[in-house]
Ligand binder design. Structure first.
Ligand code: NAD
Ligand code: UFG
Length: 336
């Protein structure tokens, strides 16, 4: 089977391409490289010992998209391409709606034209907003609190409508919690441009000496040590969840919504100490005020994915920290 991966040069996309190749799928990637480098594709090819066809195409470019679909036989799409920075989405909402929502509309139109009706979509736990309790099940109310999250919910709804109009579509909506970690080879990993806004890449850059000190956003939450609690899931487990979701699409039709998480939450201070252990480096940190929009605690009930896909996350926090450290230490400048 030939799988088209949009955003395949990015963090989760590159790890998923590798697992798809390892599982025997053929892979083509569309990416405009707005938040990634083609070097990730070179490294995935090396690790898998197999080729990936790479198309530098923007999802907003309908003609370019049409050419990709017209020139290849595509069996299914995994759709990662999108902008994902919460604070940037608050500042530039139109950019986010344009890129994420219009990009998806173009993709769906091309899929419809070329009769490709299988899609796995990267949604996010952000669609739940501030959950009233934890763990979070797929039935929780959907109430995103920022434009980025609203693009995810809009796209989920668009895809449901596409299915309602044509029941031949098979759609998986995967809501990831907090992907972290890197491939154990240390060859591919997360490479955010500028100063990272997420915890793991920030800590990694402090550990490697590129940043001086981590700001811990609040220690007065109602959690075990007062700092925010999240469900960090190894990116390779997330990637393998996509392979399982694809297998499911081949067997069963309809729309399926699944959380991808571990079911276990860790506080910021627990992450710092696990990272110190893995790296052997001290992580200087200071407690500062809460970050606007953050919730105290969010972790998944992952039992539906286990039931429906026979998938569960099997890599723990220590492995996540060791893998991030290996990636960061051997690539202090990322893919540059
Ligand atoms: P990423 O930025 O590393 O990857 C996204 C890729 O999409 C990048 O390579 C970028 O160049 C590409 N892209 C963006 N807009 C495009 C466009 N218009 N046309 C073509 N390519 C385009 O991000 P990631 O962390 O790998 O996330 C992948 C997906 O998972 C995103 O949709 C994100 O919203 C979602 N997600 C991520 C997280 C997380 O914490 N990393 C959590 C939940 C959901
Ligand atoms: N944190 C710090 N200091 C930092 C960065 C983060 O203390 O420099 C804390 C946050 O306050 C939070 C925790 O670390 O308690 C995790 O923060 P991240 O920014 O890594 O992750 P979030 O849970 O805020 O959000 C991430 C993605 C969203 C996605 C969400 C759920 O950024 O896009 O996970 O999937 F929607």
């Amino acid at each position: 089977m030939n799988i088209l991966v949009t955003g395949g040069a990015g963090y989760i996309g590159s790890h998923t391409c590798l697992e798809l190749l390892n599982a025997g799928y053929d892979v083509e990637v569309i990416d405009n490289l707005s938040n990634s480098r083609e070097e990730s594709m070179i490294r995935v090819r090396e690790l898998a010992g197999r080729n990936i066809v790479f198309h530098k195409v923007d999802l907003l470019d309908k003609i370019g998209l049409d050419k990709v679909f017209g020139s290849s036989q595509i069996d299914a799409v995994i759709h990662f391409a999108g902008l994902k920075a919460v604070s940037e989405s608050v500042e530039f909402p139109l950019l986010y709606y344009q890129n994420n929502v219009s990009g998806t509309l173009n993709l769906c139109e091309a899929m419809k034209k070329y009769n490709v009706k299988n899609i796995v979509f990267s949604s996010s736990a952000t669609v739940y907003g501030d959950p009233h309790t934890v763990p979070v099940t797929e039935e929780f109310p959907l109430n995103p609190t920022n434009p980025y999250g609203r693009t995810k919910l809009m796209i989920e709804n668009i895809l449901r409508d596409v299915y309602n109009a044509d029941n031949d579509w098979n759609i998986s909506l995967l809501r990831y919690f907090n992907p972290a970690g890197a491939h154990q080879s240390g060859r591919i990993g997360e490479d955010p441009g500028g100063v990272p806004s997420n915890l793991f890449p920030y800590i990694a850059r402090v550990a490697v000496g590129k940043l001086n000190v981590l700001s811990v956003f609040g220690n007065d939450y109602n959690t075990t040590d007062g700092t925010g609690v999240r469900d960090y899931i190894h990116v390779v487990d997330v990637a393998l969840g996509h392979v399982k979701a694809l297998e499911k699409l081949e067997r069963v039709s309809g729309v399926i919504v699944l959380n991808l998480g571990t079911g276990r939450g860790y506080s910021v201070l627990e992450i710092i100490s696990a990272f110190e252990k893995a790296s052997g480096r001290k992580i200087p940190y200071k407690i500062v005020g809460r970050r606007s929009g953050d919730v105290a605690s969010s972790y998944a009930d992952p039992s539906k994915a286990e039931r429906e896909l026979g998938w569960s996350a099997c890599r723990g926090l220590d492995e996540m920290c060791e893998d991030v450290w290996r990636w960061q230490a051997s690539n202090p400048n990322g893919y540059e």
